[in-house]
Design a binder for this molecule. Structure first.
Ligand SMILES: [Cu+2]
Length: 166
């Protein structure tokens, strides 16, 4: 009887310890740095009909060179492209001091800013030119999605920084 009670107490204690250990622990905000490249990707084909809508009318970030203009040796060939951030999605802990080291690879000029989840601007307009690195910082004091926006190539050239409560 006594050993059965001891066994029961041991099992209960073990379950309490397991429950305590599986409870998520909080994460302390810290300093995080992301290296973000401004790049352009392109694709060409002569195996598909050209798009009915010129992609450039959909976004200033899209490029399009129509059949006949792209390759005179292959009159059916056409090319499409887009500017993008690499990486395009990042995550931080709410409260992190975020540093973005932004480097321009493709595109002569990108006019950028960073928008907070509540719509306010946390990094005012700055410009990144090809071959230049610009560093900006902000504190991610809100939870939700921060957006790095390129006004030059709107609306599609954006990156997302998800701020997760610690
Ligand atoms: Cu851009």
């Amino acid at each position: 009887m006594r050993s059965q009670r001891l066994l029961t107490m041991t099992v209960v204690t073990g379950l309490v310890l397991v429950a305590a250990c599986s409870t998520p622990s909080s994460v302390t905000p810290s300093n995080v740095t992301f290296d973000v490249e401004l790049i352009e990707v392109k694709g060409a084909t002569d195996g598909l009909a050209p798009p009915e809508t010129d992609p450039k009318t959909l976004s200033a970030g899209y490029g399009y060179t129509a059949p006949g203009d792209f390759n005179t040796d292959k009159p059916d060939q056409w090319q499409v492209g887009t500017y993008m951030y690499s990486p395009g999605a990042m995550s931080v802990i709410q409260g992190d001091m975020v540093t973005l080291r932004v480097f321009g690879v493709n595109g002569d000029e990108h006019a950028m800013f960073v928008r907070a989840p509540d719509g306010s601007t946390v990094v005012d307009a700055f410009t990144v030119n090809r071959g230049r690195e610009v560093t900006v910082t902000f504190t991610a004091d809100q939870s939700g999605h921060y957006k790095i926006v390129c006004s030059s190539h709107a609306p599609t050239m954006t990156a997302d920084i998800l701020s997760i409560p610690g």
